[in-house]
Design a protein around this ligand. Structure first.
Ligand SMILES: *Cc1c(COP(=O)(O)O)cnc(C)c1O
Length: 404
């Protein structure tokens, strides 16, 4: 085994005394959920991304569930999305008893290929659910062009994309403005800003925003804030089925602190990504992620593509032995047992895919990206020495794989 001179994780949240102080505010105030911190976090997030409305929820998975419900997703509907994503994307479709229809990705942005959307649209299609994978903005202009032509709503899975930007009609705009109809964000520790767990929905539709606020609180007709301040007795009612998808004020207070750091976080992540770009350019056969000229990624993850002769597991093990944690390419939902046995569809149409279990010819780019992708350590506090060590180790692991 190689000497372990470093111990480099793949990701690390950036939090310190400022978040501790923020969390203590609601704790000492006695109001710890659905109170003033949540309201302020929503306002500040909306302002940051330029969205008319922002509604905080427990995590991004439930945000996606509510977004799908808002656009009217019913059992048996089809939602066009990607398999190449964290399983939460496809799972949210199944919470509605709808069928995820998977389209393939573009190989170097790792995002939905807009050219593949139209041919999977059927009378049952309810919406398009695109993913800004690893923080790289989707080709929203092309996706929206198809969607508008077929009068389909677009939901953006922006779990990884807080702070990412898209050039839109000549100006740089934040993901979440929203460009589609609803955007859903995650504040899990693996994303660029964190509240432990947490999520946010942004939209330009006031009636949907109102609906999200009802659903997250079991559709309770009178918010806690109103009952608390009332001089008269008020009885609440529950007009429809709802959920407990609330965010706490402790989380929101931490989130507000994290948002203040966002410009610094993004600047640093882009700097780290640039150093990888320069340092990795000389490794033969290694491919780097593509940032289109109309996109500015927050580099939630930096995914390289290993040379053909490199065994992914071996490279990852070599790196781990040297003290460097990596992850393989983003998973594909259709290859998981939870999907192999359940309804999903690919470009061949619902139920018509005869590919062997765990593979699908229609989703070849997605599978390649999972099997040849390698996510490198990237976080605000990574040092230049650590990063150069990662680059050197990867060069060595690839050279070893090429020689064997
Ligand atoms: C992390 C992630 C989610 C789920 O977010 P949670 O907040 O953990 O529920 C959904 N979609 C994508 C693309 C993600 O990366």
């Amino acid at each position: 085994m190689a000497e372990q001179s470093f111990n480099i994780p793949v990701a690390k949240p950036w939090m310190d005394d400022r978040e501790v102080a923020a969390a203590s505010r609601p704790i000492l105030s006695g109001w710890v959920t659905q109170g003033p911190e949540v309201a302020a976090f929503e306002r500040e997030f909306a302002e940051l991304v330029g969205a008319p409305h922002a509604c905080a929820v427990a995590n991004c998975t439930v945000a996606l569930h509510l977004a799908l419900l808002a656009v009217g997703t019913r059992p048996g509907d089809e939602i066009i999305t990607v398999s190449h994503s964290f399983i939460a994307t496809a799972n949210s479709v199944r919470y509605c008893q709808a069928t995820p229809v998977f389209v393939d990705i573009q190989p170097y942005t790792y995002n939905m290929d807009p050219l593949r959307i139209e041919r999977v649209i059927t009378p049952k299609t309810r919406a398009i659910l695109c993913v800004h994978q690893m923080g790289m903005p989707c080709d929203m202009a092309s996706i929206l062009e198809v969607a508008r032509r077929h009068s389909l709503p677009v939901i953006e899975d922006a779990a990884c994309a807080t702070g990412s930007e898209l050039r839109w009609q000549g100006a740089w705009e934040k993901i979440g403005k929203p460009h589609g109809d609803i955007a859903c964000f995650s504040f899990h520790p693996r994303k660029v800003v964190t509240t432990g767990d947490g999520g946010m929905l942004t939209t330009a539709h006031p009636e949907w925003d109102k609906q999200f606020r009802m659903w997250r609180q079991h559709t309770m007709s009178v918010p806690d804030t109103v009952r608390h301040g009332a001089r008269e007795v008020i009885f609440e009612s529950y007009p429809a089925l709802g959920y407990n998808y609330r965010m706490t004020d402790i989380q929101a207070a931490v989130g507000r602190e994290q948002l203040k750091r966002l410009p610094e976080i993004i600047a640093r992540r882009r700097e780290v990504a640039q150093r990888y770009r320069e340092g990795l350019a000389t490794i033969p056969g290694l491919s780097l992620p593509h940032e289109p000229e109309w996109a500015r990624s927050n580099w939630q993850s930096f995914c390289v593509r290993l040379p053909d002769q490199c065994d992914q597991r071996q490279v990852m093990q070599d790196m781990l032995d040297a003290g460097v944690a990596t992850r393989r390419g983003i998973m594909c939902a259709h290859r998981e047992p939870a999907y192999q046995q359940e309804p999903w569809s690919c470009g061949k149409g619902p139920g018509n895919c005869n590919c062997p279990s765990g593979t699908c010819a229609e989703l070849a780019e997605s599978e390649q990206a999972q099997d040849k992708g390698l996510l490198l350590p990237l976080y605000t506090q990574i040092t230049t020495e650590e990063q150069d060590y990662v680059i050197a180790r990867l060069a060595q692991a690839c050279a070893r794989a090429g020689a064997s």
